[in-house]
Design a protein around this ligand. Structure first.
Ligand code: GLU
Length: 441
């Protein structure tokens, strides 16, 4: 059985870039009949908050993601302790006593000598006496994982064969001096313990994967499959997290974007699939595959999100819109069908509905006054339907000799008070003859 996890840290609100792995995992799990685990990576107690954790739940359910299981790393520290001890016993985790300042000056020295600032493993050379001396001084060690120096190869399900050269990396710190865990070890322990089969995450984690595969092996765990997707960037190629403000899912929701528009922009940007509206996540899941994710960049264009949003609304069937219209107090199918084609966001319907219900301030240019009076006289008798507009304008055309824009535009300005708007053929029967008469001079 396929099992995936989405593992955000509750240290901020989710943004569009976070929606990408959240959804890719979801689509992958659903299309393979698998399980989806939401794992809150909250080992950083100082920055993780309950409010952010709740925000993540809200945002994911808004997107349509319903995890099969939710876990929190802060509930699982005993497992990490056992793994830590196992690595220590196997000689793969060693104590190091350098202070931040000492490490800084080591790095500065390496740079001066033109060497990469890789940790020199001095801690491995410490004698028991030296260690005892540090401990007596009150120093507490942090713990580093001893990389084995061989290149780590894996077959990425998006990027193809990868090799991570861990020989050029510093032995990573897995446990801080205060005993708390950095992200690397808990992630592997959870992936083993929760039987994760596929790790789908951003390509900023590729080198972590090299380290983590070594840890999986050192712990005797099953190494999952990995898929690293390209990261969404702005038009200038800069990461989206830098613009969190305007692209947090919360703000996109509040700005009126449909969750499916956001989901499609998050998933389909930077893939070989066209950026087209799909009615729901399961329809999107039928076209999405990991192979479709491109190896190049994934530039997000806000105009595309707006266009997707509009297209979703323009195609939205009345049944889907009805509960939302009911909440606004004007659920009517003809009204929806007449107005949906002019929506940028759903809430625009409130303003557009005033074209039917009024009040409308007719716009009448002096030079059109006589023309409009003539048109008023020619308004067809009721009942009105979708043919009324063409019957009326034909009659007005014959009587006044006007055609094209000179014919249609003054009528639109008078009947709707606006330069542009919904098709008059659909609008007119909704406005009705009495109200129409009132809007004509
Ligand atoms: N908490 C990590 C992050 O947000 C999870 C990465 C992973 O999927 O392993 O980057």
């Amino acid at each position: 059985m396929t099992t995936v996890r989405y593992a955000p840290s509750p240290t901020g609100r989710l943004h569009l870039g976070n929606a990408r792995p959240a959804l890719m995992n979801w689509l992958f799990a659903k299309s393979t009949g698998g399980r989806y685990i939401l794992r809150l990576d909250d080992t950083d107690a100082a920055r993780s908050t309950e409010a952010f954790a709740e925000g993540i739940h809200t945002d994911l359910s808004w997107l349509g993601i319903v995890p099969d299981l939710k876990v929190r790393q802060s509930d699982r520290t005993a497992l990490y302790g056992a793994a830590r001890d196992k690595l220590i016993a196997a000689g793969r985790l060693y104590p190091a006593y350098e202070t931040e300042e000492e490490l800084d000056s080591k790095r500065a020295r390496a740079r001066l000598l033109g060497r990469p600032p890789v940790y020199d493993r001095a801690a491995l050379q410490l004698t028991p006496e030296q260690r005892a001396k540090y401990e007596a001084e009150g120093r507490k060690p942090h713990w580093r994982f001893k990389l084995d120096g061989r290149p780590v190869a894996f077959n990425d399900l998006i990027k193809g064969p990868q090799i991570v050269n861990t020989a050029s990396m510093s032995d990573p710190v897995l446990v801080r001096a205060d005993g708390s865990y950095l992200y690397t070890l808990p992630s592997v322990v959870d992936d083993i313990e929760l039987s994760i089969t596929h790790v789908i995450r951003g390509e900023d984690h590729v080198s972590n994967t090299g380290t983590q595969i070594e840890i999986f092996e050192a712990l005797g765990g099953q190494v999952p499959n990995f898929a690293h997707h390209n990261l969404l960037t702005g038009a200038d190629g800069e990461g989206l997290s830098k613009r969190l403000g305007s692209l947090s899912l919360q703000e996109l929701r509040e700005a009126g974007y449909e969750p499916m528009a956001v989901a499609m922009a998050a998933v389909l940007t930077g893939t070989s699939l066209p950026l087209e509206p799909y009615p729901d996540l399961s329809a999107l899941g039928q076209v999405f595959t990991l192979e479709a994710v491109s190896h190049g960049s994934a530039r997000f264009d806000p105009a595309e999100l707006s266009s997707l949003n509009a297209r979703i609304l323009h195609q939205m069937p009345y049944d889907a819109a009805r509960p939302r219209l009911e909440a606004l107090g004007f659920a009517s199918e003809p009204l929806w069908l007449a107005l949906r084609g002019n929506l940028a966001v759903f809430a625009d319907i409130v303003d557009l509905a005033t074209l039917v219900s009024g009040p409308v301030t007719p716009v009448v240019a002096d030079e059109d006054r006589d023309f409009l009076r003539a048109a008023r006289e020619l308004l067809p008798a009721e009942p009105w339907d979708e043919t009324t507009w063409s019957k009326w304008t034909e009659a007005v055309k014959t009587a006044t000799g006007r055609k094209g824009r000179a014919l249609f535009h003054p009528l639109r300005l008078a009947v709707t008070g606006r330069e542009q708007g919904p098709e008059l053929k659909s609008l007119l029967p909704l406005v009705g003859r009495t109200e129409c008469l009132a809007r004509l001079p």
